[in-house]
Ligand binder design. Structure first.
Ligand SMILES: [Zn+2]
Length: 292
């Protein structure tokens, strides 16, 4: 079971979220048949979405991250809620990219370095909150950090990592650190000094698969207290009703052509690959609704 911890730092001068998301990312790799680079890209994005999702006030609040760059995996879409449920998808999941000159997976090349990150927060109000920033590098963590710092005016350190061995995800995790109002210079400096350690979060998660041990290791130079524990997991909430609504939203013309040309439809969910079959008669009933 994956674990995410809410951590108070230096008596509330800052807060951190520490997540071990190995099983969540393994599930994503299984569902989508992810290449190494795609597993790193989607795994980082899923971990980021789980962390930001768990920061929301209400369990039902939904968060959607969309990385739309000029790379072959774009758009990378992840959706999470306040309870740790997260799901995601990307284009060309099986595509492998050459390693970067430093031997690392080229996540930035996969997502693309030119483009936008958009964040939609749906809190059940009439209008969802939508924010956007340019991508920094397509490496996911830096993009999220810039978004939080600039668009939401919450200075943030973000580290996200996925480690693969022989093609399989062996560890994944992420850390978010946010200084809070009243944070002293001294504590800020201590937090900034954590950056190099955060850079290797996936290796750390391999060493410390227990999120409590990981937290102890990362924050050993600052006072810290775990306040709350949550459990991220890959969870798709698709249903026949949702797929019907999606078909309806295609409009009468598209439905008519599905009926004429295919005499039925098989629709698969982008997030979990569940397949939903619709007979010609069922499509005709939907067409009636679409016209009604
Ligand atoms: Zn689904």
């Amino acid at each position: 079971m994956d674990t995410l911890l809410h951590v108070e730092i230096e008596s509330g001068q800052a807060r951190a979220l520490v997540a071990v998301t190995t099983e969540t990312v393994q599930r994503a790799q299984q569902i989508h048949g992810l290449s190494h680079t795609a597993a790193a890209a989607l795994g980082r994005a899923l971990t980021g979405a789980a962390i930001l999702g768990c920061l929301q006030k209400n369990a039902a609040d939904r968060l959607t991250l969309t990385f739309r760059g000029d790379g072959p995996f774009s758009p990378v879409v992840c959706i999470s809620d306040g309870e740790g449920s997260v799901k995601g998808c990307l284009e060309n999941p099986g595509l492998e990219l050459p390693l970067k000159p430093n031997g690392k997976l080229d996540v930035g090349g996969g997502v693309g370095r030119i483009g936008r990150l958009s964040v939609v927060r749906d809190m059940g109000l009439k209008e969802p909150y939508v924010g956007q920033t340019n991508l920094v590098s397509g490496e996911v963590a830096e993009d999220l950090a810039l978004y939080l710092t600039v668009s939401e005016q919450t200075p943030s350190l973000v580290a996200l990592g996925v480690r693969l061995e022989k093609g399989a995800v062996v560890s994944a995790g992420g850390v978010l650190v946010q200084p809070l109002p009243g944070c002293t210079e001294e504590v800020l400096e201590k937090l900034e000094a954590l950056s190099p350690m955060l850079a290797s979060v996936s290796d750390k998660a391999r060493l410390f698969p227990n999120a409590y041990d990981l937290t102890e290791d990362i924050f050993r130079t600052v006072d810290h207290l775990v306040l709350e524990e949550q459990h991220p997991r890959y969870n798709c909430d698709c249903s026949r009703e949702r797929i019907e609504r999606a078909l309806l939203s295609m409009g009468a013309e598209e439905l008519t052509s599905l009926i004429r040309e295919q005499h039925g439809a098989e629709v698969s969910c982008h997030f979990c690959n569940s397949r939903y079959q619709f007979t010609e008669e069922e499509l005709r009933a939907l067409l009636e609704k679409a016209r009604g």
